[in-house]
Design a protein around this ligand. Structure first.
Ligand code: SAM
Length: 258
């Protein structure tokens, strides 16, 4: 039995924190990069950059030789609605300040970015674009050939059953045919592994994700659900402390006169 010490537990303080339903996956995302040590990573759907910059922070902290690519029109879609130019400006400023030596923002559609990558050249793809069944299926079918043997494909929102979200339905189909692991928190995160690759050298996190024993996989799932819950409580407490400090510094507001 191998003992797994996730690096996020001891060293991960997210440098970039913005509102996102991806928040609960940040520790796992950070640990996954340390385990996969990708040479090439592509994120499809970046928005304010919460998931992408958690990946970049891990690349930097672990001194990996990863090239990271973030693809988005930064115009929004049916589910995010359209948003202003300020989002692009804040993401590109943060990228420039911290990660420009290995991270490239590609402001274009997923389709336009496709020819920029060779088949079987990408080690990890995170798909978090438009969440209809048709869009996710098309994005997966377009990008799966880009993934190397043994590579990882991540899907956000596999548990989101709202509006016309359909990732859950496509994920159900993928689970029948592929090696997968699913997290339920934060609207769900699906982890799919392409067949092949040199698995003999897998690091403990990868071995646990695709462990033949269900008990081991369940432990891992429970562990990250617990970490996510703990992080959420910590954030709530920090918000309360900040609010209390603010009220203290404005006595009129504290007395209900402001
Ligand atoms: C849910 S948001 C991404 C959230 C982000 N991963 C996070 O951590 O919060 C989806 C993004 O995908 C982009 N998008 C959707 N479909 C796209 C497409 N076909 N090409 C380029 N960008 C797309 C939208 O502009 C939007 O910014």
């Amino acid at each position: 039995m191998s003992i797994y010490f996730p690096p996020s537990l001891t060293e991960f303080k997210p440098r970039w924190q913005v509102f996102s339903t991806w928040t609960e996956h940040m520790p796992f995302g950070y640990d996954l990069i340390a385990a996969v040590r990708p040479r090439t990573l592509v994120e499809l759907g970046v928005y304010r950059g919460l998931s992408y910059f958690a990946f970049c922070q891990s690349v930097q902290t672990h001194r990996l030789k990863t090239r990271c690519y973030a693809v988005d029109t930064w115009e929004g879609d049916k589910h995010t609605d359209s948003y202003g130019e300020d989002i692009w400006e804040e993401v590109s400023a943060h990228n420039k300040s911290h990660y420009s030596d290995f991270s490239t923002l590609m402001r274009m559609t997923f389709e336009a970015a496709l020819p920029r990558f060779e088949d079987k050249s990408v080690d990890l793809i995170h798909l978090d674009g438009l969440h209809t069944y048709e869009a996710v299926k098309a994005d997966f079918e377009n990008w799966y050939p880009k993934l190397r043997a043994g590579g990882i494909f991540l899907f956000h929102d596999i548990r989101a059953r709202l509006q016309d979200f359909g990732v859950w339905r496509f994920w159900d189909e993928l689970e029948q045919e592929h090696e997968t692991f699913a997290f339920d928190q934060g609207y769900g995160l699906g982890v799919l592994r392409k067949p092949g690759g040199r698995r003999k050298h897998d690091r403990p996190l990868l071995r646990l994700l695709f462990h033949p024993e269900q008990r081991e996989r369940k432990r891992l799932k429970d562990f990250y659900a617990h970490v996510a819950r703990h992080a959420e409580l910590k954030r709530k407490r920090e918000r309360q402390v900040k609010l209390r400090e603010k009220l203290k510094s404005t006595p009129r507001a504290a007395a209900g006169k402001g």
